[in-house]
Ligand binder design. Structure first.
Ligand code: SAM
Ligand code: SF4
Length: 330
């Protein structure tokens, strides 16, 4: 089978699967406080539909999967899906991104189902700022979830920290220290224009270079990791004392579109070639209309074939995607 190569020569092997658009917290840069209009259950892909899509995608060369949402741990029986996906021949890498609030409850079942790689979203070690950002008081639950996941043997565990200017400056260094003490890489993610309330503008982004300066000043020298996979979204650095490292997803200051290898399946069954895409393909309608696997494969190829060179966050032309982050799957 021909690999999934787009018109710019980028080979796609990485699929992000959102399993729900609902969430149990309300990070202001992702969801409005009074979020509603979630997809009704019948609109959400069943596990069987997700598995079928993944099998087709794997036949086209996809070998890396990430489960996301909304908050994936709100999806009932998620370990059942994890187990189905982990067993598909050709799936080499299976990871999940979670806000960690329900991790203590589900970590063991997820581990038993075959999940090992986790990204836990935590922007701050300050309980009050956590509440301010997420509009919920679940800080301790996230920390407990991380500790339990560590003790069960999950690894690597990474922390996703969204970097919003004039808000989390005081968190950058404590998070890196927390990661260094636990063998956890902190991945600072520049705030992106994916919020549902149109709050974003460039002046609100805490930039990678500014964070690097803070870390170097307060902790010590940091060196870029040599020979990094150019397709990985994060730029990785190691502390030169040998204790741990950090990564940056610098979508705003250093876009990495030229090496993008990702496609995304939304919880309601739409295929997107980019986080910021305006258009999407309705896979669910195809599947529920009785299409064969070859039709699904053809639709994936069409979507990848239409993929643009990159987002235009830094241009006047930029148009935010019609769906906010929680409805796409980060
Ligand atoms: N609920 C899970 C979570 O929070 O990790 C998974 C879904 S969430 C949409 C995926 C990731 O998107 C989060 O880890 C967070 O770091 C990131 N994110 C959400 N809104 C963002 C924004 N406006 N800019 C940058 N990153 C964002
Ligand atoms: Fe929920 Fe994740 Fe969005 Fe926060 S970033 S509101 S945890 S989906």
């Amino acid at each position: 089978m021909e690999p999934l190569v787009d018109s710019y020569g980028r080979r796609h092997n990485n699929l992000r699967i959102s399993v729900t658009d609902r969430c149990n917290i309300r990070c202001f840069y992702c969801m409005p406080e009074d979020a509603k209009n979630f997809q009704p259950k019948p609109e959400i892909l069943t596990f069987e539909e997700v598995e079928r899509f993944v099998r087709v995608a794997v036949s086209l060369g996809v070998n890396k999967l990430r489960i996301t949402g909304g908050e994936p741990l709100l999806r009932k029986d998620l370990p059942v899906l994890i187990e189905k996906l982990a067993r598909i021949p050709g799936v080499e890498d299976l990871a999940m991104t979670t806000n960690g609030v329900l991790l203590s409850q589900h970590a063991r079942a997820l581990y038993d189902a075959g999940l090992r790689r986790l990204n836990v979203h935590l922007d701050t070690l300050d309980r009050e700022r956590f509440r301010q950002i997420t509009r919920r008081d679940d800080f301790e639950r996230v920390l407990e979830g991380i500790e339990l996941a560590r003790s069960l043997g999950f690894g690597p565990i990474k922390i996703n920290a969204v970097a919003v200017k004039n808000l989390v400056e005081a968190d950058i260094v404590p998070l890196a220290r927390y990661g260094r003490e636990r063998g956890i890489e902190i991945r600072y993610i520049e705030f992106m224009p994916l919020d549902s309330q149109g709050l974003w503008d460039r002046s609100k982004v805490l930039l990678m270079d500014d964070m690097l300066d803070m870390l170097r000043r307060e902790i010590g020298p940091l060196d870029a990791v040599p020979d990094q996979d150019p397709r990985a979204p994060a730029t990785a650095f190691r502390f030169s004392d040998g204790i741990g490292g950090v990564g940056f997803i610098a979508s705003v200051s250093k876009p990495f579109c030229l090496n993008c290898n990702r496609i995304r399946l939304t919880a309601d069954g739409h295929l997107r070639y980019c986080l910021f895409a305006i258009e999407e393909k309705n896979v669910k309608a195809l599947m529920r209309g009785g299409a064969g696997d070859e039709d699904i494969a053809a639709l994936i190829r069409v979507s990848v074939g239409e993929k643009w060179l990159g987002h235009e966050i830094n241009s006047q032309k930029f148009v935010p995607p019609p769906r906010p982050m929680y409805a796409i799957g980060g």
